[in-house]
Design a protein around this ligand. Sequence first.
Ligand code: SAJ
Length: 457
Amino acid sequence: MKICVLGLGYIGLPTALLFAAHGADVVGVDVKQSVVDCLNRGSLPFAEPGLEDLYSEAKSRFLVRTEPEAADVFLIAVPTPLDPATKVSNLAYVKSAADMIAPHLRRGNLVVLESTVPPGTSERVVIPRLEKRGVAIGDFFYAHCPERAIPGRTLQEMPGNNRIIGGYDRDSTDRATAIYRTFVRGQIYQTDTRTAEFVKLMENTCRDVNIALANEFAQLAEECGINVWEASTLANKHPRVTVLNPGPGVGGHCIAVDPWFLTENSTRCRMVSTAREINDSMPNYVLHVARGLLAGVRDPTISILGVAYKGNVGDTRESPAFKFIQLAENEGYAVRCHDPYAAEFAHPLMNLPEATAGSDCIVILTDHDCFRGLDPATLQVRNKLVIDARNILDHEKWTDQGFAVRVLGDGSSVQQTVPGDIAAPAGLYSAGAARSIASSSPPSISLLSPNGREGFL
Ligand code: SAJ
């Protein structure tokens, strides 16, 4: 069995290697020469736990090219980005992959689309392009098998998760099922192509809407003086309730994008687009908190810890950090970034001491595990302020070191008057700290008031 995989990114490469490790001869195709060169040198173009071992195991059955060639199965795993201006899917890569396959397509071949697409794309866009060189659907087979693996756990989830396979017809579905059975241990559920396209979008939209609800709860909790983290934990004790975690926004190439694919042709949708708006507005909310903390600080510098879209990965695609940085810089804040996972980013990345030296406010945007145990005593900051937008720090440790800790959704946005010549900005202390501040000695953080005089918070 020879499989030609088009697109050697986060999904295509692990999928290609899994097929090769399970006995198929695989030709991996990527239009980027740099990706092909990198793999031909024996390196990987991105990091993913377990991928190096899988590559070593699969290498002898895996070739890399910039052009497809004749095969039994063609698998398309190319990106489907969102046009940021119109919020409409950009199918250019999918179209181009289908055009590249068409000259090599023979009777009896199977084409599988893994890329996420708006419902109807297979029938309206992909199949007609595949048919252009004379082989009609029916003579070749076609299925949509949307990927479901989560970055960071791709190699556990790809074989372990249940899969949806939507074939153009019965034969297509069965052939695709047989091929995926070679490495998928989860259940395989069969359906038609259009339903499979819709199911994939439902999954990610469901997550986006639930994260938006968590983000709205966080803001409502602030208004009520409630700690949303404690409240969610308690609500989740109900057997049919799962409140997700609030955060600085939703990033990645899937959840921040796919809901738009579901609604791009609809005239009816409200909840899905509102959820997108709520999640997209979270960087504004975090900046609003920072603005409150930094009122009165001259030439403030913000240190961002974590620019990846989520914890323990280096992927920065659609990361909320982009918007946060742009908004912060537009307001005149100097911004420094540190992320031990991200290899490249639009903004310069620094090591931790550089990114935090002389800082006025540390903002945790990504829940990397390595940030959990950070020792605040080692940081040479100017003002001891920290916003934990992921609720991952050991807050007691930070307050013990004199830091004012603000956790997103901790319910502390109650105006307080404290010793010193400027009032504490709204939302400075975590709920616990806020309760103890009245009876304790003045905290050791000194800030400059608007007129440049020292004050205490
Ligand atoms: N996030 C929160 N709060 C939460 C959970 C996540 O703010 O409680 C944020 C994350 O920090 C991140 C974003 O949401 O910025 C998305 O992260 P994620 O871990 O939820 O998902 P992705 O984008 O890495 O992967 C998703 C997965 N889909 C679902 O869980 C329904 C994965 O299974 C899909 O394969 C992947 O999209 C995809 O490729 O479609």
